[in-house]
Design a protein around this ligand. Structure first.
Ligand SMILES: Nc1ncnc2c1ncn2[C@@H]1O[C@H](COP(=O)(O)OP(=O)(O)O)[C@@H](O)[C@H]1O
Ligand SMILES: [Mg+2]
Length: 180
C-alpha cells in the first residue's frame, strides 16, 4: 500500500518485526505513522529528502547540506537529553542515506515516540473548564521551566505541538516538536 509516498511495507522491512498499523497524519516536514512492536504501540515520525535536489537548491554546498541534516536530527538529539513529565519523550532514532528504486539518493530520518493518543491542543473534545485550563497552563509552564533551566528554548510553541495523553486518570500534556 502506498501512502503519501511512503510505503507501509517498506517501513515494516526497515523495522523488522514491527507492524505499521496506520498512517496518522502529515506534519510540516514529516509523516507520522502508528506502529506496534511486541504489543506496544508507538508513533514513528518519518522524514526524508532527495539529496541531489537539496544540493541543487543549496547550490551543491556540502556545508549547507550538512546543516540541513543536522537540523533534521536536532529534534531527536535534544529530546534524548530531556526527561520530564511534560516534555515528549523519545524511544529512539536512526538516519541513513539509501537509493530509491530509481537510483536516487534519499536521506532518511526515523524517530520513535510514545503515541499520544489524545492528539494535541488543537483538537480538544469539549469546552474545557477553568480548572482544566489552569491545570494545562501549570503543566506547560513546568515543561518550559525545565527546558529553560537546561538552556533550551522551544521556538515554536503552538497548540499543534502540545500533545495530550492519559496517565492513570489524569490528562498529561507533553510539549513536542523540538525541530525548529
Ligand atoms: N507522538 C505523537 N503522538 C500523537 N500525535 C503526534 C505525535 N507526534 C506528533 N503528533 C501529531 O502530529 C502533528 C505533527 O507532528 P510534529 O512533531 O509537529 O511534526 P513536524 O516536525 O512535521 O511539524 C502534531 O501536531 C500532532 O498532532
Ligand atoms: Mg510541527
Amino acid at each position: 500500500m502506498q501512502l503519501r509516498n511512503i510505503d507501509i511495507r517498506e517501513l515494516e522491512k526497515i523495522h523488522i518485526g514491527h507492524k505499521c498499523i496506520k498512517f496518522i497524519l502529515r506534519g510540516s516536514f514529516s509523516r507520522l505513522f502508528l506502529m506496534e512492536y511486541s504489543g506496544d504501540q508507538y508513533a514513528l515520525k518519518v522524514k526524508r529528502f532527495n539529496v541531489q535536489r537539496a544540493c541543487e537548491k543549496l547550490n551543491f554546498n556540502r556545508f549547507s547540506l550538512l546543516k540541513l541534516v543536522k537540523k533534521m536530527i536536532k529534534e531527536a538529539k535534544i529530546l534524548q537529553q530531556l526527561h520530564h513529565r511534560n516534555i515528549s519523550s523519545i524511544r529512539g532514532y536512526s538516519y541513513w542515506i539509501a537509493k530509491d528504486d530509481k537510483g536516487k539518493d534519499f536521506f532518511h530520518v526515523h524517530i520513535g515516540f510514545p503515541f499520544y493518543e489524545k492528539g494535541d491542543l488543537t483538537n480538544l473534545p469539549y469546552r474545557q473548564s477553568e480548572a482544566e485550563i489552569t491545570d494545562y497552563l501549570v503543566q506547560i509552564l513546568k515543561g518550559l521551566y525545565y527546558i529553560h533551566e537546561k538552556n533550551i528554548i522551544h521556538r515554536n510553541l503552538i497548540p499543534h505541538h502540545i500533545f495530550r495523553t492519559k496517565e492513570g486518570n489524569q490528562i498529561v500534556l507533553k510539549i513536542g516538536d523540538f525541530g525548529s
